[in-house]
Design a protein around this ligand. Structure first.
Ligand code: UD1
Length: 422
């Protein structure tokens, strides 16, 4: 197993290129199940979650070629004949549940393993299941699998989400796209990744209204597959935010390139509020040092609110602010596992329910740390950049799920970071 060794206390400088968004690529990869011809995806990040999903597509009978040097993947799902997404893959990545909608709508049946417990809370898939039932699927849970059947195909319906769910919305969009009749999604997610999925299907011939709003209306094709064109995946707003936090925590001047500033408004707003300079130049964003790093108050929310996927990174940053910061996690019930690891570096953080109070500024010092989930791990990397001495971060397979070449990119910015074998 690999681990990272980071020597803290070095300023960063220079620029870093942002990769394509993992969370946009995942639904787009499964959306190729709805295409009558092969689809070329560009700007696909080289992260483990993507490889896992591609493997699943292959196990279903699809074919793909991947060109690492150009971040290009071409997928052909013509020959897909298997409709079972097995536990061995799904357990590695909860987003595999995204195959439920497209498989069910194309084949009228499928079996998708239940993702099981997840490190950041229960994360059930009840809303996905209920939505598929609304579209006419019969669903049974058997042997840890969601066994779904819609003998005569899915039928349009009104799906009302009690809670906003990103992958749930994406699943329904894909299920409804081949259904007979019209589907309305009420309380839909508005994340940029959902919007890109809608736009790609729209371009492929799907009649869909309300894209980017909380009410989406989809005119199903009645089973006719789409003509999905090549896709340029949007930039990863969470990777972009993480590198901006790397600049902020080391109080350095760095630039991130090929980002989408419009997707980062809430994150940029918080960084500016903390005293950092932010300059936007087209798709590039520069961050410059703060004279005094001010504390921050954050409440996580659905897009366009502050992303839960940036909460841990801002907590690391808040340890270096002058004063007390408050972070309230509203989306997931157990997304504070980075707190005990940050304590090991000397951070002063108090947890009460879903609210953390971070007392800064605290000098951090090296420790042996354990990564617990994807975004929590990046918070540990950020903290290690300013911790005195050498910090080791173990179990970084969590990081590899979602950050492309993290140590190479940070190293190029001047961080002293090394990937080593246990
Ligand atoms: C997606 C993102 C993830 C991000 C999250 C919230 C992908 C691949 N992942 O995850 O990085 O942290 O959005 O922005 O895009 N819920 C239920 N029942 C369900 C589904 C969800 O109760 O059937 C709850 C969840 O437990 C959570 C909330 O709804 O409390 C939001 O979760 P959701 O938006 O579904 O997260 P994901 O789509 O899994």
């Amino acid at each position: 197993m690999d681990y990272l060794k980071i020597e803290g206390g070095h300023k960063l400088s220079g620029s870093v290129k942002i990769s394509g968004a993992k969370n946009a690529a995942l639904p787009l990869i499964v959306s190729t199940l709805l295409s009558k011809r092969e689809v070329e995806l560009r700007n696909v990040p080289d992260v483990v979650d993507i490889s896992t999903l591609l493997k699943l597509i292959e196990m279903l009978g699809g074919r793909y070629t991947r060109e690492m040097s150009s971040s290009k993947v071409v997928i052909d799902t013509k020959e897909v004949n298997e409709t079972k997404a097995i536990y061995d893959i799904v357990r590695k990545m909860r987003a595999s549940v995204l195959t439920l909608g497209p498989l069910l709508s194309r084949f009228g049946r499928c079996e998708v393993s239940l993702p099981g417990g997840c490190a950041i809370g229960a994360r059930p898939v009840d809303l996905h299941i209920k939505a598929m039932q609304t579209l006419g699927a019969e669903i049974e849970i058997k042997g840890g699998y969601i066994v779904a059947n819609a003998k005569d195909g899915l039928k349009g319906g009104v799906v009302v989400f009690d809670k906003i769910t990103v992958t749930g919305t994406e699943n329904v969009i894909m299920a409804a796209s081949l259904a007979k009749g019209t589907t309305k999604i009420v309380n839909a997610a508005k994340e940029p990744e959902v919007i890109q999925l809608c736009e790609v299907l729209q371009k492929g011939g799907l009649n869909i209204k309300g894209v980017g709003s909380d009410e989406i209306i989809i005119e199903g094709s009645g089973g006719e597959l789409f003509d999905i064109d090549s896709i340029d995946i949007i930039p990863d707003r969470i990777e972009a935010g993480t590198y901006l936090c790397a600049g902020a925590i080391t109080n350095s001047e760095i630039e991130i390139q090929d980002a989408e500033p419009n997707h980062l408004k809430s994150v940029l707003n918080k960084l500016e509020g903390m005293g950092f300079g932010i300059t936007i130049n087209g798709k590039n964003i520069s961050i410059s040092p703060a004279k005094i790093v001010k504390p921050v108050e954050i409440i996580t929310a659905e897009y366009p609110g502050f992303p839960t996927d940036m909460q841990a990174q801002f907590m690391a940053l808040a340890t270096q602010a002058d004063g007390s910061s408050i972070i309230e996690e509203r989306l997931f019930e157990n997304r504070f596992m980075h707190v005990s690891e940050l304590h090991r570096l000397g951070a002063s953080i108090h947890l009460r329910g879903n609210t953390a109070t971070i007392n800064g500024k605290t000098p951090l010092r090296n420790a042996e740390l354990m990564a617990t989930d994807l975004r929590a791990s990046s918070a540990l990397v950020l903290a290690a950049l300013v911790a005195k001495g050498e910090t080791s971060i173990h179990r970084i397979y969590h990081l590899d799920r979602g950050y492309e070449n993290l140590e190479v990119k940070l190293g190029a910015l001047g961080a002293k970071i090394e990937r080593l074998k246990e």
